[in-house]
Design a binder for this molecule. Structure first.
Ligand SMILES: [Zn+2]
Ligand SMILES: [Zn+2]
Ligand SMILES: [Zn+2]
Length: 135
């Protein structure tokens, strides 16, 4: 009886984890997605996060994740956010949380471009980070 209870608990934990993983709940700073639930994610410590706790990536799941500062693409979310970026203030690529669009617009000056890369790598006089900031 005890053994049966153990098996049931195990399989439920596994199915919850599978459901949670399907939501692609990544930490946007360390790329980790091995959390039982969102609360566990928000309360466990993250060595890469400025707040010391994991923070969820709030964008939609994508085929390729893009860095908001240099437009580097990666099919792996964790690989993107853990790789060094010379343009990012925190020195690692930051995953862009917006959706895939035909036109990208700078939220500081309204500059438009078909190319995400062109937008984030072109100088912007209004943006605090000196380059256009994609909406
Ligand atoms: Zn983290
Ligand atoms: Zn980057
Ligand atoms: Zn701009």
């Amino acid at each position: 009886m005890k053994r049966l209870f153990f098996i049931l608990t195990m399989s439920c934990a596994l199915c919850a984890a599978a459901l949670f993983a399907a939501d692609r709940a990544f930490c946007k700073y360390c790329g980790s997605s091995s959390f039982g639930n969102l609360q566990q994610m928000l309360t466990s410590s993250c060595s890469k996060s400025p707040t010391g706790k994991h923070q969820p990536y709030q964008g939609a799941p994508r085929r390729f994740y893009l860095c908001s500062y240099c437009a580097t693409e990666s099919a792996s979310f964790a690989q993107l956010v853990l790789s060094p970026c010379s343009k990012s203030p925190r020195k690692y690529h930051d995953a862009y949380e917006g959706t895939e669009k035909t036109f990208y617009i700078c939220k500081e000056c309204g500059f438009e471009s078909h190319s995400f890369k062109q937008l984030v790598t072109s100088l912007c006089s209004k943006s605090p980070r000196k380059y256009h900031n994609p909406l």
